[in-house]
Design a protein around this ligand. Structure first.
Ligand code: PXP
Length: 260
């Protein structure tokens, strides 16, 4: 299993002061030295954390492949066509969201935009991926467009896991829709894992490479690691959160141990 370390939250900390510290580029060599297989960054339309300058420097200096997540935004796609990261992962993006909510939708307008953007990048020899919910429809649409990877959204699994096995439900950030009996949550957790398994198998049958990510942490990652056909995980928030107390180097190393 490969690990992509998402370093957006280093830029989040920097942007809290709008200065140049901490520098996400410094995280790249540390993550790689500890066994990260890929660096993942999200260039958002509002540039709320990672900016164009980060993307340019990280692509230039990273010794492992760089995966840039972005919305289907013509200016960003053109920029990435020039900067040439190893992979571009298209994600849905809403200005007001705290983090990526749900996978891409494939309604007619979006399908056409994704199709155009994917072919634009493929023509420039950049690998493409879609961040999708683990559903048949999303896998078929991804295959139809001809993307090479799909990244299965594990956010729903992670939320259920946290409501079952952590103190989240007692905090102000308890997830209201999941504030239900434990027995029901257990069934929901099983279904969320089964959905991811089925989607991974189906994607593989369609010839797609399969990644997964969102909300994965030191407690919940092992179940996802067991799923056949998932080749790569992209993990950010939990690694950066742990590094506040134990250092980035140790946090990456601990995750590498679990994932491999
Ligand atoms: N994969 C994708 C496509 C994402 O958008 C994100 C969040 O930026 C992640 C993985 C990582 O999620 P987390 O920070 O919760 O580990």
């Amino acid at each position: 299993m490969l690990l992509g370390v998402n370093i957006d939250h280093i830029a989040v900390l920097r942007e809290a002061r709008r200065i140049n510290d901490p520098d996400p580029l410094d995280a790249v060599s540390i993550a790689v030295a500890q066994g990260a297989d890929q660096i993942t960054i999200h260039l958002r339309e509002d540039r709320r954390h990672i900016n164009d300058y980060d993307v340019e420097r990280i692509i230039k200096h990273s010794k492992v492949p760089v995966n840039v997540e972005c919305a289907v935004d013509p200016d960003i796609i053109e920029l990435l066509g020039e900067l040439k990261p190893n992979r571009v992962t298209f994600v849905p993006e809403k200005r007001e969201e705290v983090t990526t909510e749900g996978g891409l939708n494939f309604d007619d307008a979006n399908y056409a935009n994704l199709d155009k953007a994917t072919h634009y990048l493929k023509a420039r020899e950049i690998e493409t991926s879609f961040f999708i919910d683990p559903t048949k429809e999303a896998i078929r649409a991804s295959c139809g467009i001809g993307v090479s990877w799909v990244e299965l959204h594990t956010g729903s699994y992670a939320n259920i896991f946290a409501m079952l096995y952590s103190n989240l439900r007692f905090t102000p950030h308890s997830i209201k829709d999941l504030d239900v009996e434990r027995s029901r949550l257990q069934k929901m957790l099983k279904k969320s894992i089964d959905d991811i398994k089925t989607a991974a198998t189906e994607a593989q049958e369609y010839g797609l490479k399969v990644a997964a990510g969102h909300g994965l942490n030191y407690q919940n990652v092992s179940e996802i690691c067991k799923i056949e056909y998932i080749e790569e995980l992209n993990i950010g928030q939990s690694i950066i959160a742990r590094s506040v107390f134990s250092g980035f180097e140790n946090a990456v190393r601990d995750m590498v141990k679990l994932v491999k």
